[in-house]
Design a protein around this ligand. Structure first.
Ligand code: RIB
Ligand code: CA
Length: 315
């Protein structure tokens, strides 16, 4: 039985790879995509989501535009990381489909409340839509099956400020609402994603297959690799989002700790910082499962095999 998921996303190069992985994986039934501001504007991330679904021959998956701005902070987009288009150097055709009229947060509420215990949410962008949905309908907390979140840096440096990861930094107030909601959360922080570097050798393996899919991956990740080299001296690129998606059907890629995790919403240098109370000084109940260990090659092999499968299907 495939797992029914909704992806909340800000495509974004690694988001696009997560959408491709979802589209090709039989373990997943991708019910819908909700888009959010982040790597690019919500107008752009919505266009990108439609275009990437079309590339994957998955245009039947409905797309719902979400919030344009964080709950409190100013917008912070990521053109230096993902390019002005949000997809690096990749050029996709104008999508033939349009987003649905329903707001992304309303779609999340409608789907989770109409199918109690059945919907898995995979949140791989800033958490504005999810936070808004919780405030509009608090009962989604006990009706969602599970929530996989890409975000945070627990014992790892930030990738946006010295302390903060991008998704939690862009909308720390939304992250705070979600982290304290009581939802059944599994967090994939930079602590594990930074151990999974997509390299030129991985790309060369995919390029052995001539396909619009491999051309897209090459053009998108070339920009992403240039960013990682220039800003973080990394030889390759960190594909955070497909790794988060993979845990929905291959949890054994990671090792997990039940932790009390919080996010700093003070206005100092720690804004957006996420931290785990490893000694549980405050004697609280853990609020999430956190991936703190990973088998990088297990994930990368899965990702490459699935991209090769998709590329062979789409020539
Ligand atoms: O910090 C990495 C996360 O921020 C990823 O989800 C990336 O796509 C950006 O949204
Ligand atoms: Ca993302």
């Amino acid at each position: 039985m495939p797992k029914h998921i909704i992806i909340d996303t800000d495509p974004g190069i690694d988001d696009a790879l997560a959408i491709l992985l979802a589209a090709v994986s039989p373990e997943i039934a991708l019910d819908g995509v909700t888009t959010i501001h982040g790597n690019a504007s919500t107008e752009q991330t919505t266009w990108n989501a439609l275009a990437v679904l079309e590339l994957a021959k998955a245009s039947h998956v409905p797309v719902f535009k979400g919030c344009d701005l964080p709950l409190v902070k100013e917008s912070l987009l990521g053109p230096e990381t993902h390019g002005n288009s949000g997809l690096g150097y990749a050029q996709l055709p104008e999508p033939a489909t349009q987003p649905k009229a329903q707001h992304g947060s309303d779609y999340l509420i409608e789907q989770i409340m109409s199918r109690p215990g059945e919907v898995t949410l995979v949140a791989i962008g800033p958490l504005t839509n999810v936070a808004l949905a919780i405030r509009q309908e608090p009962h989604i907390v006990e009706n969602v099956k599970e929530v996989f979140i890409m975000g945070g840096a627990i014992q790892h440096p930030g990738n946006t400020t010295a302390q903060a990861e991008y998704n939690t930094y862009v909308d720390p107030h939304a992250a705070h609402i979600v982290f304290h909601s009581g939802m059944p959360m599994i967090l994939t922080p930079l602590d594990v994603t930074y151990q999974c570097i997509f390299t030129q050798a991985d790309l060369d393996r995919l390029l052995k297959i001539d396909s619009p899919v491999t051309k897209f991956i090459a053009d998108a990740t070339r920009f992403y690799m240039e960013f990682h080299d220039e800003y973080q001296s990394i030889d390759g690129c960190v594909i955070n989002d497909p790794m988060t998606l993979a845990l929905t059907f291959m949890p054994e890629i990671c090792d997990y700790q039940n932790l009390v995790v919080d996010v700093d919403i003070s206005t100092g240098v720690g804004l957006g910082n996420t931290f785990g109370d490893f000694y549980n000084y405050e004697k609280k109940k853990p609020n999430m499962k956190v991936a703190m260990g990973v088998r990088p090659r297990m994930f990368m092999e899965l990702f490459l095999e699935r991209m090769e499968k998709l590329a062979r299907e789409i020539s």
